[in-house]
Ligand binder design. Structure first.
Ligand SMILES: [Fe+2]
Length: 341
């Protein structure tokens, strides 16, 4: 099969000049001649030529404008545009290059030079297209690899969570439910993508520090003694220390450390106040209380969603972040949100 000739659109309202160009290029290129810049855009969008040559002598503004429009359209941005003129005019040359042209020539050209210039522009265009294809391939490979790594990370996290929760059957699924609610709250609050991912993963792992809390305390029926509660209160620090050793793009260690802190400084382990807490930690704190109060515990039955909502609203702005509480309340009351028990 004969090789397909590259396609050039020649836009000139000077018939003699078009012929001059056609004569020089007809052998190597498939040519389309048009005689006004008015139709140049439509024809270029339809035919997507390999090169466009625009005569600059008449309707200069139309030519520059058409070039600018071609360069602002994704389909035609990479098509080399060459302006050709009877005279060399410095102002026009600058305008042509500013409009996105790759070359500016005079009609008094040598045919070999014209063909050589066009060949070079075509080679550059081809190189750009090859680069673009390689880039797309690389991006798609990377995004598949990222997806695979994310699946691997999530499976690992699930395995860790199951290990933690197997020691504390009363809270099985608690971290997942806190993560799910926190993530929904973060979405409605329009937190950025990185904050949402941080909340999702910190939510799933927030009680990982309970690995170091003795079974006897985790599974003790009835209310904990003060000394036992002191032991339980180490779990945010332990969890934070564990996550500190894991490289992560998100501040998981800090969020886990802060998930039992309260705005007024009455939380633990460090008693920090609102200004020193991350919003991610404030969201997880609210979701954690909602889930914990709604669930059955060895020392008490479920207190129900309504009581949990009452608690976070009573303490809104005092212990819990105002916007988070409002968003959470809206999700349950208007959005009919339900925990996936
Ligand atoms: Fe906790």
């Amino acid at each position: 099969m004969p090789e397909k000739k590259p396609h050039i659109i020649i836009c000139s309202d000077l018939p003699g000049k078009s012929d001059q160009l056609s004569l020089a290029l007809a052998e190597d290129y498939h040519l389309t001649n048009i005689n006004t810049t008015d139709t140049l855009l439509d024809i270029s969008y339809q035919q997507l030529p390999d090169v466009i040559i625009i005569n600059i002598n008449l309707n200069k503004v139309g030519g520059f404008k058409a070039c600018e429009q071609l360069k602002s359209n994704e389909a035609t941005v990479d098509i080399p545009v060459i302006f050709i003129s009877e005279i060399f005019d410095e102002t026009d040359t600058i305008k042509a290059f500013n409009a996105g042209a790759v070359d500016y020539m005079k009609y008094a050209f040598h045919q070999k030079e014209l063909r050589a210039r066009i060949r070079n522009h075509l080679m550059l265009k081809q190189s750009r297209e090859n680069l673009k294809k390689k880039n797309q391939l690389l991006t798609s490979t990377m995004s598949k690899e990222n997806e695979r790594l994310q699946q691997l990370m999530e499976a690992t996290i699930r395995a860790i969570v199951q290990t933690v929760e197997s020691r504390d059957p009363y809270t099985a699924g608690h971290q997942q439910r806190v993560s799910d609610l926190s993530y929904e709250i973060a979405k409605v609050m329009a937190l950025d993508a990185s904050q949402k991912m941080a909340i999702k993963y910190a939510g799933i792992l927030h009680d990982i520090g309970k690995l170091r809390v003795p079974d006897a305390i985790l599974n003790r029926p009835g209310k904990l003694l003060s000394i036992e509660f002191d032991v339980l209160k180490i779990h945010p620090q332990i969890g934070s220390d564990i996550l500190d050793t894991v490289p992560s793009p998100w501040p998981l260690s800090r969020i886990i450390l802060e998930h039992h802190e309260r705005l007024d400084g009455s939380g633990y382990p460090n008693g920090i106040t609102s200004d020193n807490m991350l919003i991610e930690s404030k969201v997880i704190a609210v979701a954690d209380v909602m889930e914990a109060m709604s669930s059955h515990r060895p020392y008490r039955p479920s207190q129900g969603i309504d009581l949990a909502l009452e608690e976070i609203n009573n303490q809104k702005g005092l212990l819990y972040d105002e916007q988070t509480v409002d968003t959470c309340t809206h999700l349950f009351v208007k959005g009919n949100y339900k925990f996936g028990w």
